[in-house]
Design a protein around this ligand. Structure first.
Ligand SMILES: Nc1ncnc2c1ncn2[C@@H]1O[C@H](COP(=O)(O)OP(=O)(O)OP(=O)(O)O)[C@@H](O)[C@H]1O
Length: 264
């Protein structure tokens, strides 16, 4: 469904600050894949996510979605196509708006302007149902301003908003990294539930090695702008963290240098 074909991304090309963030990346993402992504600092993980979401254009190569280059997709179509949650809990929601207003915005995302909304009561019921599944009482705080929520609460809301309109692909960019362990686990559980129920195609960057092995059906490893290993489900499920790190070292020739690494 989504193919990266020899995708290469340079920053500041032709200057002394030139940086190759991604080199000849080839990746074939199939419908229903849940791919975890690990790699060293500056390996190109965020650049990969930015190319897939169409935020960045490859300098060489292509990102093709069901036969269409992502860059040529109209913005409204792309925003409906992709759901994304960032590391920063502030990034996915509007702090001065209420929970209900944020959800309304997410619900309208990518829909033609002025589309009839239906009864307010029906909308509230839907929002309450969705919020109550998180299990942290947000359904009783629908008129609270989102800026007053904790990081974990905001991240839970961001995840709900990103998946509200059932995106074709869900991009999770270290979305639990800024949370304490208990909140990170809550968001991980919620992620697994939503991905499973909606059968979402998902790409998740993580610094948590145990999580990278436990979640999803594929694991890709990145180093210095390259995808150096793509581990299928059969192999991934029996891997240990030390084997994973050993594999990284064997292929890259150096240890995984990730200053935010969590072993599990
Ligand atoms: N806007 C930019 N301008 C210049 N260089 C950039 C820019 N964005 C990224 N880079 C560089 O490209 C390389 C890849 O960056 P990227 O953010 O994709 O890595 P990453 O794997 O997500 O890193 P980290 O795990 O440290 O967040 C890095 O060397 C980074 O410094």
């Amino acid at each position: 469904m989504l193919n990266l074909i020899n995708a290469t991304k340079l920053f500041n090309p032709g200057t002394p600050d030139e940086k190759i963030a991604l080199i000849n990346a080839n990746l074939n993402i199939k419908p229903g894949d849940f791919i975890t992504v690990i790699g060293s600092n500056g390996a190109g993980k965020s650049t990969l996510m930015n190319l897939i979401s169409g935020v960045l254009k490859p300098d060489i190569g292509q990102v093709v979605v069901e036969g269409t280059e992502i860059q040529s997709m109209p913005e409204h179509k792309r925003s409906r196509w992709i759901g994304r949650v960032f590391q920063d809990p502030m990034a996915g929601t509007a702090p001065t708006m209420t929970i209900e207003e944020n959800l309304t915005m997410a619900y309208k995302r990518g829909k033609p302007r002025g589309l009839a909304w239906g009864a307010t009561a029906a909308k509230r019921k839907l929002f309450r149902e969705q919020l109550s599944r998180i299990g942290i009482g947000l359904e009783d705080r629908m008129s609270a301003k989102v800026g007053l929520l904790s990081g974990g609460e905001r991240q839970a809301l961001s995840l709900l908003m990103a998946t509200f309109t059932r995106p074709q692909i869900l991009l999770l960019d270290e979305h639990t990294a800024a949370l304490d362990p208990a909140r990170a686990e809550l968001i991980t559980r919620l992620t697994q539930e939503i991905v499973r129920e909606m059968n979402l195609t998902t790409l998740m960057v993580t610094h948590n090695m145990e999580q990278a092995i436990r979640l999803g059906n594929r694991l890709i490893m990145m180093d210095q702008g390259r995808i150096i290993l793509d581990i299928p489900e059969e192999r991934k499920s029996s891997l240990t963290v030390s084997q994973l790190l050993g594999e990284f070292e064997r292929i890259s020739g150096h240890q995984l240098s990730d200053d935010r690494i969590v072993l599990g």
